[in-house]
Structure formats: structure tokens, C-alpha cells
Design a protein around this ligand. Sequence first.
Ligand code: PAZ
Length: 349
Amino acid sequence: MDYTRHHLPPPTRRLSTEGGPVIDRTIPLLPPALEIDEHNFFDNSDPPEYLEDLIKETEEFVKFHNGRRIALVTSGGTTVPLENQTVRFIDNFSAGTRGATSAEYFLENNYAVIFLHRQFSLQPYSRHYSHATNCFLDYMEEQDGKVVVGPKYQAEMISVLRKYQAAKDKNLLLLLPFTTIVQYLHTLRAVSEALQPAGCRALFYLAAAVSDFFVPPSRISEHKIQSKAGGNQLKMDLDPVPKFLTRLVDKWAPSAMIISFKLETDSTILLSKAHQALERYSHQLVIGNLLQTRKYEVVFVEPNSPEFWIRLSDRQAKDQVEVESLIIPAVIERHNAWIKKSDEMAKDS
Ligand code: PAZ
């Protein structure tokens, strides 16, 4: 495998308005959420109506895979509704490529996968044919009044189809949707708790692009905001979304291995932000990536180890090797060590 140490590309243009950066990313991270913040957030926001069903499905899935490793992969972006009866919302760029692709490599490595994803974002296997630039109709042709897959796509499609069917037949993939930040957080907490029986065999791979700011339920407008309401300007105050990673690590999933992602656009702050997150939340691994190069390279930041870059070689990039095919084996290596350590500690106690 081609793991190479790599220097970051030169700093990129900062996102800015005329007055300066939109968000000052150099200020320290928000403090971790406390128990009181958890109560405030969850008691004052409605869980999704379907949450009980998702919890039941997750509990059954966890029971079914007793003893097997389970990866909870979060994927895609959360939305921030501006109105309760939502016409407008704030969204982000994430298509769910990282999450959907990683889920496939976990499945190939005998993990069961809970795929907590933004509804209608990319999904494992179907992602190969669902994107606008990869429209499934382009793979089809008509032969004697029947629709068939074109000869040049047969080999690739049969390989994807077999993997998809194997995952389905063995009940290895559980798809759980979210759309808004509130739905995501309610579901993440409930699913994490339902995953507790898997102990150290559970792996959290938090690749979703989660909103940093939201309109709290106490201030959200019930109906569509009228265009003239603010005198031709829309001014809104957004609150920070509490940083629940610390609650996840300490309370919701205390035995699991937890991996978070850190995305930046400014290469000069990526490493310091990833280190800050690791120190703040005391979990096992932060995977740093830059918006511009996320499909080619990532950096692992973990306790007591030097930074570890995973980067596609020029050849691999040309051959369209997926960087996740290098990330997941490296993650599994660390999960092996986590399980070994946890099992030894359990034996000693
Ligand atoms: O979904 P995608 O493949 O387009 O992007 C993946 C990603 C950049 C959202 C992910 O790798 C990531 O960094 N997620 C965490 C983002 C953050 O909250 O910092």
C-alpha cells in the first residue's frame, strides 16, 4: 500500500466577503457539550416521528450481528431549516461520497454497516449509477424490445450487483436516513445507545458534514419568512450547535472506537484543528481532509503517534483508485488494536 508522508499544498484563498473572512476558523473550537447542554438540546427539540422505528431496527440489527464488528458510518450533510414549515434551509456541499464509498470497503472486510445518511445522498453500491454524471440510463441499451446493460459495462456492473446482493442477503447493511441537524443528532444519540451491546466491536466513522450553526426551535419562524419582513434584507442569528462528540465518547458509546473527520479549506490550520479536536474529545482518531484534495489525501491524527498521511500516488489517481480503499484498511488495523486492548482490559478486571 502506498502510504506517503506529504506536505500540505500551499494555503488556498480564504472564503471571504468584502469585509473579511465569513467565519474566523482560527478561533479555538467551541467547548464540548456538558450534560446540561444535552438536556437543553434534546428536551427542547422534537425527535423525528419515525425515531422509535429506527431504534427498533437498530436493536434487531445489533442482535442479529452479535459478535460481529459493526461500523456506524455517518454520511452527507445536515440541513438547517429556516422555517418550521420548511420552505428554505441552509445546506452544505457534501454528497456523501466518503461515507458511501467507505461503507462498501467496511462491508468487503466483513463488517456489518449502519449507514446513517442524508436522505437522497449517495448510498453504497447504488452510488456507482445514481450520480448525475454517472446516469444509470447511460449504461442501458435496447435489444429486441428489452432493456439490457451495454456490453462494455457488464463486468463492472455484475461485480457491483453481486456485492450489493451479498450485503442484502446477509442483512449486512442497515440504511437510516436524516435530513435536518436536529433529526441527525436525535438519531445519532439513539442509535449509539442501541449499539452499546456491540461494545468495542462497534466503530464510529463520523464522515457526515454536520452543521455548526442552527436556528434553535425557540426562535424558528413557524411559517415561510416573508420577503419584505426585514425591509429587503434577511438577517438571522444562528446559535452554535452543541459539540456532542464528548457526550458520544463518554456516555453514548463508551466502549466503541470513535473516529471523527475534520474538514478545512485552509491548509495552514488543518493539522492544528485536528489536534485540537483530538485533545478536546479524547477519542481515538481524527481524519483530517481539505475540501479541495479530499478525494486524494487525508491525514490521520491520533494520540501518541506522528501524523500519518494517506495519499494516492499519481498512478493511483490516474487509475481512479478510491482513497477510501486505502483509508479503510488503515482504520481496521487500528480497530483491531482497539479490540485487543479492550479485551485484555476486560480480562484483567
Ligand atoms: O461527502 P463528501 O465525500 O463530498 O465529503 C466528505 C467530507 C469532506 C464531508 C468528510 O470527509 C468530512 O470531512 N466530514 C466531516 C466534516 C466536518 O465536520 O469537519
